[in-house]
Design a protein around this ligand. Structure first.
Ligand code: HPA
Ligand code: ZN
Length: 346
C-alpha cells in the first residue's frame, strides 16, 4: 500500500468518486427507485399498498433485514414484462456510470418473479439486454448472478436452477440471499454442489446478521469463492485468519449495515478492522434505492465517519477488481487505470 501518496482529507471525497471501481454486491431489484415502482405499477395495473411515492419512501425505516425484505418484495411486485427488467437495470447503469463503476456483477432473485407467474426467460432476457447496452452506452461490463431465496426450500432452488439452465450462458454465477438467520448455507448443500458441477461461480450472503458459523459453512460446505457481507466474521479470530489466508473477498455494504441496524453508526463499522486484518474487503451498495445511497455515497460516508485514507481507498478499489469474475487481462487493465488515477490525482 505504500506506493499510494497521502491525500488531504478535503480531497479524499473527490478521489473516492473519481477512482474506477467494480461493484460486486448489488441486488438489481434493490435499485428500483420509488418513482420507477409507481410508474411500473401504473403501466402494469399492479395495485400498491402505498398512496404515493412519498408514502412509500417514508415506509423505509427498517429495524432489521426482515423488515426491509417485506417492503423490497412488495416493490418488486410491479415487475412483469421484459421491458420492466430492462428499464430497471438501465436506470442502475446510468447511476453506475456517474459513480465511475467500470464493472459490475448484478444479483437477481428469479423466485420473486416466477412465483408471480413471470417466466425466467422474461427476467433473464430483460436483464441481459440491459447488460449488452450498458457496455455499448457506458463502457461498463456487467455479469449476472442468480440468487436462490434461502427462506424457501432447497427443492424450490433445484426447480429454479432447472428453469435457468437454458440461459446458463448469460449467468456467470449463483448466490444465496433473503432472510439469513435460521436458514444456514448448509440447507443448500446439494443444489450448490450441482451448480458447481455445472461450472457456475459461487457466492453466498453469510455473516450479515447470522453468526460466523454460517461463514464457515458457506466456505466449507457450499464452497463459495466470495462472502457477501461477512461482517460478523470479526467475532471469530480463526475465521479471520482463514479469510485472509485464502484471500476470500468480503462484499461489504456499509449503508445497508447502517440502515438494517447491523452497526449503530458508520463510525462503529468494522471495515477498517477487516482491512487491517489483511482481508480482501470491498465496498458495495446492496440495495441502493432503499438504503440511501449508491456506491460513491457508500464510499464517501464511510470514509467521512472513520479512520480511512487514500491507501484504503486504493486497496478497496483494487480488491473489487481482483475479486471479480472477469478474466485476468481485464483485471490487469482495470488495475492499470486505477494506478494511473492515483498517480495523477492532485
Ligand atoms: N441480505 C439478504 N437478502 C437480500 C439483501 C441483503 O442484504 N438484499 C436483498 N436481498
Ligand atoms: Zn445483499
Amino acid at each position: 500500500m505504500n506506493r499510494v501518496k497521502p491525500v488531504a482529507a478535503d480531497r479524499l471525497p473527490a478521489l473516492l468518486r473519481q477512482m474506477p471501481k467494480a461493484e460486486l454486491h448489488i441486488h438489481i431489484e434493490g435499485s428500483l427507485e420509488p418513482e420507477l415502482i409507481f410508474a411500473m405499477a401504473r403501466r402494469n395495473a399492479v395495485p400498491l399498498p402505498y398512496a404515493s411515492v412519498d408514502a412509500l419512501r417514508s415506509a423505509y425505516a427498517f429495524t432489521n433485514l426482515q423488515s426491509f425484505l417485506d417492503i423490497y418484495y412488495a416493490g418488486a411486485s410491479v415487475l412483469l414484462e421484459e421491458q420492466d427488467f430492462y428499464d430497471m437495470a438501465m436506470a442502475y447503469f446510468v447511476r453506475a456510470a456517474q459513480d465511475n463503476i467500470v464493472h459490475t456483477e448484478l444479483f437477481f432473485d428469479p423466485q420473486t418473479h416466477t412465483a408471480r407467474g413471470v417466466a425466467m426467460e422474461t427476467v433473464v432476457n430483460g436483464l441481459h439486454r440491459a447488460c449488452v447496452d450498458a457496455r455499448a452506452e457506458f463502457g461498463i461490463s456487467a455479469l449476472l448472478i442468480l440468487c436462490f431465496l434461502r427462506h424457501l426450500s432447497e427443492e424450490e432452488a433445484f426447480e429454479t436452477l432447472e428453469q435457468a439452465l437454458p440461459f446458463q450462458s448469460r449467468i456467470i454465477g449463483i448466490g444465496l440471499d433473503s432472510g439469513e438467520v435460521g436458514n444456514p448455507p448448509e440447507k443448500f448443500a446439494r443444489v450448490f454442489a450441482r451448480c458447481r458441477e455445472l461450472g457456475f461461480r459461487l457466492v453466498a450472503h453469510a455473516g450479515e446478521e447470522g453468526p460466523p458459523a454460517y461463514v464457515w459453512t458457506a466456505l466449507d460446505v457450499l464452497k463459495v469463492e466470495r462472502i457477501d457481507h461477512g461482517v460478523q466474521s470479526s467475532k471469530d479470530a480463526l475465521l479471520m485468519q482463514r479469510l485472509a489466508q485464502d484471500r476470500i473477498a468480503l462484499t461489504v455494504c456499509p449503508l445497508s449495515n447502517l440502515k438494517l441496524c447491523v452497526f449503530p453508526d458508520l463510525a462503529s463499522h468494522n471495515l477498517r478492522e477487516l482491512l487491517d486484518a489483511g482481508l480482501a474487503a470491498t465496498v458495495n451498495s446492496d440495495d441502493p434505492a432503499y438504503f440511501g445511497g449508491y456506491l460513491n455515497e457508500n464510499f464517501t460516508q464511510t470514509f467521512a465517519a472513520g479512520p480511512l485514507g487514500a491507501e484504503h481507498a486504493y486497496r478497496l478499489a483494487r480488491n473489487s477488481f481482483e475479486a471479480s469474475f472477469i478474466d485476468e487481462a481485464a483485471k490487469a487493465r482495470h488495475v492499470a487505470l486505477l494506478d494511473e488515477t492515483f498517480a495523477s490525482f492532485e
